[in-house]
Design a protein around this ligand. Structure first.
Ligand code: AMP
Length: 321
């Protein structure tokens, strides 16, 4: 996850919630990718806080350092080292066809090389731990496909027996949480989001101004919950019987949009409250999160060093002593 300064409920429902569940099924590595974040313009003085914020929120959401390895990418320097090595087998033509590169490149004032080789660093993030499954969102499928191509080329050149396996996406229900405008995907850059760390009053205000059913002009008109943004979110924050009751009330005009919004905002506050509580507890202990990240980096590095020793040997480079 990029250190983008906190999650919104789209990230939470579409990604983080699954990562928490995956901890009980797989050996997981979760990494705050600060090196990737350097490809965008940013304020160096704010970077540490962004990284720590992201780590605090991952922990507060339920990433458990007893079950998974949670660390910061730049604290395991082998990521950058392997990235360079993989770039010597990564196909230039395919890199230049990456949708995200083309989109970000069009928006950027100048296009740095890091933006271009971003998927190679992502391949290193995966292969350093010889990961076989990656829980990527739809937008990252193309990058994962490129990792698979890099593996094929690497194994073709330096393989036998193959050092790396082609990693597969870990299929999840493809959730796409829309923003408060109801028109575009919820995203930080569009400002159409509810952050998991928003205070209750901010949540009430944001949901209060969210888009509802365009066909329902007056409270006495019957509503259409299936095409209403607010009703669509209810399923993620309430038990199904409560959702059914609210949506029936909306359809039969017994309740108005304001009532639906109030119910959603309160349910959202209740869901997010334990996360906010855990966040407060983590922040109350100075140095705790830094220590967790250091322990995670130490654990990750043991594996990373082992992989790099094997990589050096295959490449014919001198070993590190
Ligand atoms: P981002 O920081 O935008 O790259 O998002 C990080 C993760 O959250 C990715 O796995 C995305 O697929 C997921 N995500 C971001 N926005 C949404 C959204 N609006 N709905 C569902 N999932 C999302």
């Amino acid at each position: 996850m990029q250190p983008s300064g906190g999650f919104h409920i789209g990230n939470y429902l579409g990604a983080v919630r699954d990562w928490v569940a995956l901890q009980d099924q797989h050996r997981c590595f979760y990494c705050v990718v600060d090196l990737h974040a350097l490809t965008q313009p940013y304020e160096p003085a704010a970077m540490r806080a962004r990284v720590l914020d992201m780590a605090v929120e991952l922990l507060a959401c339920g990433i458990d350092p007893q079950k998974s390895t949670l660390f910061v990418q730049s604290q395991v320097p082998e990521h950058a080292e392997l990235s360079w090595i993989l770039s010597t087998v990564a196909p230039y033509g395919e890199l230049s066809r990456m949708t995200q590169f083309k989109e970000k490149g069009e928006r950027a004032e100048y296009v740095n090389c890091g933006l271009f080789t971003y998927p190679v660093l992502m391949a290193a993030d995966i292969l350093l731990y010889k990961a076989t499954r990656v829980p990527v969102g739809e937008d990252q499928i193309q990058h994962l496909e490129l990792t698979r191509e890099i593996v094929r080329r690497w194994n073709g050149r330096y393989g036998e027996p193959a050092l790396f396996a082609e990693p597969l996406p870990l299929h999840r229900s493809p959730l796409r949480i829309m923003g408060l405008d109801g028109k575009q995907k919820m995203s930080k850059s569009l400002g159409n989001y509810v952050a998991i760390s928003d205070e209750p009053d901010a949540i009430r205000k944001k949901i209060g101004s969210a888009f509802t059913d365009e066909l329902r002009l007056r409270k006495k008109d019957p509503g259409h919950p299936e095409s209403c943004y607010v009703c669509g979110l209810e399923q993620y924050f309430m038990p199904s019987d409560k959702v059914a009751e609210l949506q029936d009330g909306c359809r039969t005009a017994r309740i108005g949009c304001v009532d639906s919004k109030r119910a959603l905002a309160e349910a959202m506050i209740t869901t997010l409250q334990p996360i906010a509580e855990r966040k407060r507890e983590l922040l109350a202990k100075p140095g705790l999160v830094e220590d967790i990240l250091q322990a995670g980096a130490d654990e990750a590095r043991k594996i990373a060093k082992q992989t790099m020793a094997e990589v050096r040997e295959r490449l014919g480079l001198l070993p590190l002593r």
